[in-house]
Design a protein. Structure first.
Lengths: 389, 133
């Protein structure tokens, strides 16, 4: 008999239950799927602002003089040239070039001016990435004076709240002492939280997100997270802010064409297939998988990631077969009903000759083929306002 | 139809059994309000055609929401004699009025033994309470 695993709870678990969320197990965590309607939560983020608990995301902190060099040897993206405050999207690849995880790496400094890096990894990959780090961080590197790297998994110590939507600056600005109006996309800073609930603690605020809207991600101590969550909801009332769940997070990221590990990304998929070749810097320095990727880059692609729009109402789901002239050519990795386009959308992998936008294909949904059309990703792109002075 | 007077499957379909003018037993089948609340964000429903045979416990259609697709299961053995086409075009009918204008199919019952397995309203309610936890 197997013992059922008990889902981990984020620091906001009680808040979700109190607000009537439907909780599901997601990547080993008990997370809110939705509070009311997924479509309504999705639309709040597209048109106003919504907040989401993303404390299930794995967070790892690196410090010490060797941190930058070590991370550069781990990630497909350069780290050494990152300015303080900069955030980068990167991959971790295995020796064969397969994707171990997709991550965000951020470079900050604490109140005493000491620099550190934070790696945000997928919840489902946290232990795998930790093991990979341990395997690559040699004892010499960890302990040698001048090269030391100290790293710790801070996932359970820090909560993480996403504040997403066109009104996110309005909502979050009164709560932090950093200037959010001038903060650039993919930048962040360690800031003070200006609310009694924060008990004078600080946190990290970055202009990042997984929704395709303007927005921020706020990392704060676990103990103050429930108070800050409630403060955001209270301040957000006049801004039409709602709490949102994992359900809306998935429909939002899919409309934006962003890949999700376990769907579009896996160790069996290389970055070039996934359309992520641009986040692999293959010259000038080395990381696991670099030589394999140099070779893969030269080879013709067998499969590539595409976006698909369906004309019917039936929704394609992960593992559904993609057909061309009744022949199976690939499969769906994610599918949902797009609340913005009001039709089913999907992503999947097909041979390059079928990847041209406009190509007519079919997706086999419950044994019946449904017409689908290859479209350019993303499915949805927000209209960017003119830059503020 | 009032929810209190209906019978329910464990899979959340409601059933109302009536005798028609030619003395045939007809089961009207729909989805419970509890199930609709769980599903939320409906995008699609697939219903059978008149004349199809259905089997108790087996799917006669599917209902799809943003996040998942679920089978609609027949409470009885029999033949589909009527289908509420209106709900396919107006899924909101289901949520607004699940026990009346939101009915899905009418089945001419060929074997009544399946009816014995159905839950009354009180038993169904306690099952739903358990599922909520």
């Amino acid at each position: 008999m197997t013992t059922p695993t008990i889902a981990q709870r984020t620091p906001l678990f009680d808040r979700h239950v109190a607000h009537g969320a439907r909780m599901i197990e997601y990547a080993g965590w008990s997370m809110p799927l939705q509070y009311a309607s997924i479509i309504e939560e999705h639309r709040h983020i597209r048109s106003a602002v919504g907040i989401a608990d993303i404390s299930h995301m794995g967070r790892m902190r690196f410090e010490g003089p060797g941190a930058a060099v070590f991370l550069a040897e781990l990630l497909t993206r350069r780290v050494a040239d990152m300015d303080e405050g900069q955030v980068r999207y990167s991959l971790i690849t295995n020796d064969g070039g397969g994707i171990i995880d997709d991550v965000l790496v951020g470079h900050y400094h604490n109140d005493y001016g000491q620099p550190y890096y934070v790696l945000v990894v997928n919840a489902a990959n946290r232990e795998k990435v930790a093991a990979w780090i341990d395997a690559h961080l040699s004892r010499e590197r960890a302990e040698q004076f001048g090269d030391e790297v100290i790293w710790s998994d801070v996932t359970r110590l820090w909560a993480m709240i996403a504040v997403q939507g066109p009104r996110s600056v309005e909502l979050l600005q009164p709560l932090v002492d950093a200037d959010l109006h001038t903060m650039r996309y993919y930048w962040g800073v360690q800031a003070r939280i200006l609310h009694p609930a924060a008990q004078r603690q600080g946190g990290i605020v970055t202009r990042t997100g997984y929704t395709g809207e303007d927005g921020f991600e706020l990392s704060i101590g676990a103990s103050i997270a429930p108070g800050v969550w409630e403060a955001l909801l209270e301040l957000g009332k006049p801004l039409d802010c709602v709490p949102t769940g994992i359900g809306a997070r998935n429909t939002l990221r899919l409309e934006t064409g962003m890949p999700l590990y376990g769907h579009e990304l896996s160790e069996q998929i290389d970055p070039f297939q996934a359309g992520l070749g641009s986040v692999c810097h293959l010259t000038g320095y080395d990381f696991p998988g670099r030589d394999a990727l140099l070779e893969i880059e030269r080879q013709p692609r067998r499969l590539v990631r595409v976006g698909l729009e369906l004309s019917g109402r039936r929704v394609a789901r992960q593992e559904d077969a993609i057909l061309a002239n009744d022949k199976r050519i690939g499969k769906v990795t994610s599918g949902t009903f797009s609340p913005t386009l009001e039709k089913p959308i999907a992503m999947g992998y097909v041979p390059p000759e079928f990847a041209v936008p406009g190509t007519g294909l079919q997706i086999e949904i419950r044994r019946r083929p449904e017409p689908a059309r290859v479209v350019q990703l993303p499915f949805y792109e927000r209209k960017k306002k003119g830059k503020k002075k | 139809m009032t929810p209190e007077d209906l019978l329910y499957t464990k899979t959340h379909e409601w059933v109302c059994v009536e005798t028609d003018e030619s003395d045939e037993k007809i089961a009207t089948v729909g989805i419970s309000a509890f199930a609709l609340e769980l599903l939320t964000d409906l995008v699609y429903i697939e219903l059978p055609e008149v004349g199809w045979d259905v089997v108790a416990g087996e799917p006669f259609g599917v209902i799809e929401s943003v996040k998942a697709v679920s089978d609609l299961c027949s409470p009885v053995d029999g033949e589909i004699v009527d289908v509420n086409e209106r709900v396919s075009d107006q899924l909101e009918t289901l949520g607004n009025d699940p026990y009346s204008s939101g009915w899905l199919v009418k089945i001419k019952i060929s074997d009544e033994s399946g009816l014995a397995d159905l839950l009354d309203h009180a038993a169904y309610r306690s099952q739903c309470k358990e599922e909520q936890h």
